[in-house]
Design a binder for this molecule. Structure first.
Ligand SMILES: [Fe+2]
Ligand SMILES: [Fe+2]
Length: 327
């Protein structure tokens, strides 16, 4: 449907009003997130058929502004990890999108006890460091899970709930950092998609899984605007264009935008086009914290302030060179 506004042509997105029962059919609960104070995209999804916990892990940036984590961040991480453990106890299915430590926790294999585990393939479409981590992780899991399956390209139905995993897609704009697996959970007219670390999404193969899924609620990790040395501006622009296209052309009603952009104090300015596109297309664009009705609390982005100082701009630019960008 075409609309004319102020002389410009605007394509209106498809609108699919959902029945009230459908809105209640799926519970989506971010358990830990950067907007809540530590690195994570851990999400609990519950339908009438099953409960799924996506990426049970929480970590802190080892270095930011040349500073190690502040005590407040350590405390926050502990609290969030406690929530992740509780969520895991309630879930039937635990998924791991890739082997960075903000997405799985190798030191707590017992949370997988009696669960169905869907894990990123540890042998194919994986880089060396994550292959080693995957091998160690599966070894540590021992007999805890009821069942372990490779998630890449996998799918299952639990009652009326459909769970579909994407093929492995690059972790970002290249496969240098390995690959991740996205997941879709659909039930009763609601479709939730969790992208994991696609870092945007900047690539067509990441975008196409999202477009094909036609989500009603989408959780994306967004571009890495706080690390211009590692993530070129062109990729931010591509990601913003892709996110805008998703907002324009899918059934999405809520976009949860969190993880990488929230490591940037100026994230609202950097994501202004996405926020504006959300308003244009009647999509709520929120962080995980805001999705839960809480205020955003960016502890990592404010680590310098937590330590009681804020360097001058030129000092900050130098210290922004992150020593170890990925946990
Ligand atoms: Fe990652
Ligand atoms: Fe991550």
């Amino acid at each position: 449907m075409m609309m004319f506004q102020g002389g410009s042509v605007k394509v209106q997105k498809r609108l699919k009003p959902l029945p009230l029962e459908a809105l209640k059919a799926m519970k989506i609960l971010p358990v830990a997130a950067d907007s809540m104070g530590a690195r994570s995209m851990c999400t609990f999804v519950e339908t009438k058929d099953c409960a799924i916990l996506i990426d049970p892990g929480v970590r802190l940036a080892p270095w930011r502004y040349d500073l190690q984590p502040h005590l407040e961040e350590d405390e926050r991480r502990s609290r969030m990890w406690h929530s992740v453990r509780n969520a895991a106890a309630t879930a039937d299915i635990l998924t791991v999108s890739h082997y960075h430590f903000d997405h799985h926790e190798p030191d707590a294999p017992s949370i997988y006890k009696g669960k169905q585990a869907f894990l990123k393939d540890g042998k194919f479409h994986i880089n060396r460091s994550q292959r080693e981590r995957a091998t160690a992780f599966v070894k540590a899991l021992k007999k805890y899970p009821k069942e372990i399956q490779v998630s890449d390209g996998n799918a299952l139905d639990v009652g009326g709930t459909e769970i579909v995993f994407s093929p492995a897609v690059p972790h970002g704009y290249s496969d240098e950092l390995g690959y991740v697996v996205m997941v879709r959970v659909a039930q009763g007219g609601e479709t939730f998609v969790h992208t994991s670390d696609v870092q945007g999404p900047p690539l067509k193969e990441q975008l196409s899984f999202i477009l094909d899924s036609d989500p009603t609620v989408l959780y994306v990790d967004g571009p890495m605007t706080h690390m211009p040395d590692h993530y070129p501006e062109e990729m931010t622009n591509r990601s913003i264009a892709n996110l805008t296209r998703i907002l324009r052309t899918t059934s999405v009603r809520t976009l949860i935008l969190d993880h990488h952009p929230l490591r940037d104090r100026e994230w609202r300015a950097r994501m202004a086009l996405v926020l504006a596109a959300g308003e244009d297309h009647d999509v709520r664009v929120v962080t995980a914290a805001e999705f839960l009705g809480k205020a955003v609390d960016q502890l990592e982005a404010n680590r310098d302030r937590l330590y009681g100082f804020e360097p001058k701009k030129e000092e900050r630019d130098a210290s922004e060179r992150v020593r170890s960008p990925f946990p």
